[in-house]
Design a binder for this molecule. Structure first.
Ligand SMILES: Nc1ncnc2c1ncn2[C@@H]1O[C@H](COP(=O)(O)OP(=O)(O)OP(=O)(O)O)[C@@H](O)[C@H]1O
Length: 256
């Protein structure tokens, strides 16, 4: 469980650049879902992607993950100018589990990170490994809980722990706050803040929760097929582009 440090400042970049997306375009069956999308993600930054339903947020994430053909470029920068693909941890939009499902957090986790058959007694070292992974999100106590019995916030923590094993360079989270209550939301956001500092991660997440953006996001990207506005949260939330898209005037601080 090493802590790694990221690359150097990229050309034309004020900060230490980790991901550079330039002129990105995605077309699904003739529909231009993403058009000329450009932005930079710097090391240690939390960048929030906002936009209405169907704006292309998930499509952008899947393109960065290498799952979608595209035009334009996606460049990664790592320590020592190494431009090989970095590890990306991905938390998809929250899956649902049957409330009666007997699968425990340990079963779910160990099936994902090892090939040990779940019907055999688990070796102590595997339990220790899963416990250490869950400890990254202060979730050791969740290990023997059933997946179906977790709250929205607890489920997000388990998925986050999974995305952090092995430790990625970039963490991508698709709407991590949906289905999470106010307390769970606060815990999750504090945890992301702690994780980016402890592990020197860059975090890219999408959200429909604008009120919390000024407290945790370094930068906000307003997307509606194309980037309509990018900048600090206060600036984006009080922009005419934001008002035109959401018909909301949140003013400075992001609260109405
Ligand atoms: N595999 C696909 N094939 C065809 N069209 C797709 C595919 N995936 C997404 N789309 C379309 O691309 C557009 C953008 O969808 P996407 O899921 O990326 O938006 P989103 O901003 O994540 O929306 P939401 O906030 O509702 O999750 C939508 O019109 C969607 O129907």
């Amino acid at each position: 469980m090493s802590v790694h440090k990221h690359g150097s400042t990229g050309p034309g970049c004020a900060g230490t650049c980790c991901l550079k997306v330039s002129g990105l375009g995605v077309n699904f069956g003739g529909e231009e879902v993403l058009k000329n999308v450009s932005f930079h993600l710097h090391c240690g930054e939390i960048v929030a992607l906002i936009g209405p339903n169907g704006a292309g947020k998930s499509s952008l994430f899947r393109t960065i993950l290498g799952q979608v053909p595209h035009s334009g470029t996606i460049e990664f920068q790592r320590a020592g100018g190494d431009k090989t693909r970095p590890l990306i941890g991905y938390v998809p939009q929250s899956p649902t589990f049957d409330r009666g499902d007997p699968v425990s957090v340990f079963d779910f986790f160990s099936a994902a990170i090892s090939d040990w058959p779940v019907f055999l007694p688990s070796p102590k070292r595997l339990r220790e490994r899963v416990r250490a992974c869950l400890a990254r999100v202060h979730g050791e106590g969740l290990m023997d809980r059933r997946m179906g019995a977790l709250s929205g916030g607890e489920l997000q923590r388990v998925l986050l722990a999974l995305a952090l094993e092995p430790l990625p360079h970039i963490l991508v989270l698709d709407e991590p706050l949906s289905g999470v209550d106010i307390d769970g939301e606060r815990q999750l956001l504090d945890m992301l803040d702690e994780i980016r500092t402890s592990y020197d991660l860059s975090i890219l997440l999408s959200t429909h929760d604008f009120a919390t953006l000024p407290q945790y996001a370094d930068k906000v990207i307003l997307l509606k097929s194309e980037v309509l506005r990018v900048g600090p949260p206060d600036e984006v939330l009080s922009s005419p582009e934001f008002q035109a898209v959401f018909h909301l005037d949140l003013g400075k601080g992001g609260r109405n």
